[in-house]
Write a protein of this length. Structure first.
Length: 248
């Protein structure tokens, strides 16, 4: 119970029109009880506001309250946009949520694997060897992405998908996830290259890593695109709808 004087509580109750009494709360009908409960609750809140000696909230309490209100507001907004009456609004909201979840999962997976690589392969190694290992790590995830998508689409392996819609859903799921992991691996690899003596000697040379990275990734994607085309045409000389989705 709040430790407030009768005068303060009485002043607060006077601020509410038609204040309910305890008798109406205990003995009235259900609508009257609800009105009485709401009135007493508002009166109690007003009494707290009018109290002369109100305890000041700490910074931690304010931070926790703001975090709670922000998270609840975000959840309400999320439910609103995911159930919006506009179909396009729902579609792009789901895509944004899926991409966000994929990014966080990719960060956790890459950091876990990268920590293992650093412990077993990069500890006390010179920066040149670290760059080579990080590049191999990037190529590993690039290859995993291509092989996994080829297997899901049926371009390789003995089994062909029977449901195109289900296959497309699985293909997009793992494509987005593995693409983000590969992107983090590429960022880590070229970031290590920037620490080489040649590139770290001046800001201009460090900036040269950007076009080197762009050209390297473009060449790698051109190679994998040619590889996908040859694999798709290798079995029967035609590209079916499943292989087309893999190439996309």
């Amino acid at each position: 119970d709040l430790n407030l004087g009768d005068n303060t509580l009485g002043q607060a109750r006077k601020l509410i029109a038609g204040v309910a009494t305890e008798e109406s709360f205990c003995c009235g009908t259900m609508p009257n009880k609800l009105w009485a409960f709401g009135s007493l609750l508002i009166a109690r809140m007003a009494a707290v506001a009018l109290a002369e000696e109100e305890e000041k909230a700490s910074d931690v309490s304010v931070s926790m309250a703001a975090t709670l209100l922000g998270s609840i507001s975000f959840q309400m907004l999320l439910f609103y946009v995911l159930n919006h009456r506009d179909e396009d609004m729902r579609k792009y909201s789901y895509e944004a949520v899926n991409t966000t979840v994929s990014i966080f999962c990719a960060v956790l997976i890459f950091q876990s694997v990268n920590n293992v690589v650093e412990v077993y392969f990069l500890e006390d190694k010179p920066i040149g060897e670290q760059a080579v290992v990080d590049i191999v790590h990037m190529l590993f995830w690039f290859a995993v992405m291509q092989i996994a998508l080829a297997f899901i689409s049926g371009a390789i392996g003995n089994s062909k998908p029977t449901d195109a819609a289900e296959m497309e859903c699985n293909l997009k799921c793992f494509a987005v996830l593995l693409a983000h992991i590969t992107g983090f691996a590429a960022n880590n690899a070229f970031g290590t290259i920037q620490h080489l003596d040649f590139f770290s000697s001046s800001p201009l040379r460090a900036f040269l890593v950007l076009p080197v990275a762009a050209l390297s990734l473009m060449a790698l994607m051109h190679f994998t695109d040619t590889f996908r085309e040859k694999v798709a045409l290798g079995d029967d000389g035609e590209v079916d709808k499943f292989e087309l989705l893999w190439d996309e």
